[in-house]
Structures are given as C-alpha cells and as structure tokens.
Design a protein around this ligand. Structure first.
Ligand SMILES: Cc1cc2nc3c(=O)[nH]c(=O)nc-3n(C[C@H](O)[C@H](O)[C@H](O)COP(=O)(O)O)c2cc1C
Length: 209
C-alpha cells in the first residue's frame, strides 16, 4: 500500500491558511487515490529528539563512513525511526508558512534530524554527494504574509532552501503551491487562498504518483 507523508509545520490548526491549501490537496487526492494511506506528522505536536551534544556526534561517525555503534546507536533510535518513516514514504506533502523569509524552526529541526549521511545521502568521488532517494515526488503547500512573486523574489529563502535540501537527498520533483499575500488585506487574501486551493485540488487529481 502506498503512503503519503504529510509533514505539517504550521502550529495554527484551524486558523492555518497553509492547512486549508493542504486540505484541498488531500481531499482531491484521497478521492482520486483511494488506496493510498495518509500518514500525518504534525511537527508542532511532535516531541522531536534534540540534536544536542549527546546526539550530534553520530553525524560525524556517519560522515566518517562508519555505522553508528554503542551508546550513540542507542541515542539515535528515535532519529533513525524518523528517517525510516520519511524514507519509506512514496509521496510527500509539506505544509509550511513562511517564517522570517524561510521556514518555521520545527521544520528546520526535522530536516536537521533526518538528512543524514549513509541514510539519505552519501559521498562518492572527490567529496561529491549523491542523494539516496530516487523517483519520489514532493508537494509543498506554502503560504506567505507578503508578496514575493515579482519584486521581492530575492527575499524568498523558503522555496530555494526546500528545493536545495530535498534536491540534495534526491527529491528534485517538487511542486510548490503558493498562497500570497496572506497578510496584506482581507480581499486579496481570500482571493489568493481560493486560487491556491483550486490549484492544489487540480494538482492532486493530475499528479502521477
Ligand atoms: C513567526 C512568524 C514569522 C513570519 N515571517 C514572515 C516573513 O518573513 N514573510 C512573510 O511574508 N510572512 C511572514 N509571516 C506571515 C505568515 O507567513 C503568513 O501569515 C502565513 O499565511 C501563516 O500561515 P498559517 O496561517 O498556516 O499559520 C510570519 C508569521 C509568523 C507567525
């Protein structure tokens, strides 16, 4: 059975505009792909393990080409569970608002946990890295308070960052559904949100997953 992993990075629940866009996608997706399982990972509610002094050493062990061992292996059980949950999904939906021109800290925290050598990427000749995830697609529902298309595109560190980090682990087929501006007047907000919901539902119906 195929599984869509929905990663939620907006803590605003019913108030969230991002989740309205994601819901429009999911509603149409479930209708057109009834055999799929939807796995929801709400990062605001998840007690993610820390990347503290005890854990971070594991990254350097993996970078040196070795497997985790001893106490480190035990400390990494939860991290490896998150990596496995991510790695084994067939399709990803990320729901993320823009925070400070980029992504909310809980999504960055999650990325810092799962993007690990030997699990999601590996080094080949001359320090060149290759992503280990193949043939996976990702959809990002992204809302922003301001307007970035057109004039302020160079302030958008959300889309380029997400394309870079997920491209690094092999996911380059990424479709963004953006709703903006969400905080520059009620009329434009309503209109752009509706447009994004329609685009999300259309994408869900045509996605070749
Ligand atoms: C902590 C925080 C930081 C934000 N930073 C930005 C920003 O840098 N640029 C922007 O356009 N909007 C910013 N916003 C506005 C949100 O991106 C916008 O309201 C979005 O639609 C919120 O999504 P939600 O309704 O799913 O929570 C910020 C909002 C919060 C709470």
């Amino acid at each position: 059975m195929k599984r869509l992993l929905h990663i939620i990075a907006s803590p605003r629940e019913d108030e969230s505009r991002t989740l309205q866009v994601a819901e429009a996608f999911l509603e149409a997706f479930v209708e057109t792909h009834p055999e799929w399982v939807i796995d929801e990972l709400d990062l605001g509610k998840e007690d993610l393990p820390s990347m503290n002094a005890k854990q971070v050493g594991g990254k350097y062990v993996l970078l040196s080409g070795k497997d985790l061992y001893g106490r480190l292996k035990e400390n990494w059980i939860e991290i490896v569970q998150h990596i496995d949950r991510f790695k084994t999904a067939d399709l990803y939906l990320i729901s993320t608002p823009m925070w400070n021109f980029s992504i909310p800290y809980m999504l960055k925290h999650y990325i810092d946990l799962i993007v690990q050598p030997r699990y999601l990427f590996r080094y080949v000749d001359k320090g060149k890295a290759v992503g280990l995830l193949q043939d996976k697609k990702m959809v990002v529902a992204a809302t922003r308070g301001g307007q970035y298309a057109g004039g302020s595109k160079d302030l958008d560190f959300q889309e380029p960052y997400l394309r870079t980090i997920f491209g690094f682990i092999g996911i380059s087929d990424i479709e963004f559904i953006k709703a903006e501006p969400m905080d520059m007047g009620v009329e434009i907000q309503k209109q752009k949100l509706e447009e994004a919901k329609t685009a999300a539902a259309e994408l869900a119906r045509r996605i070749d997953a």
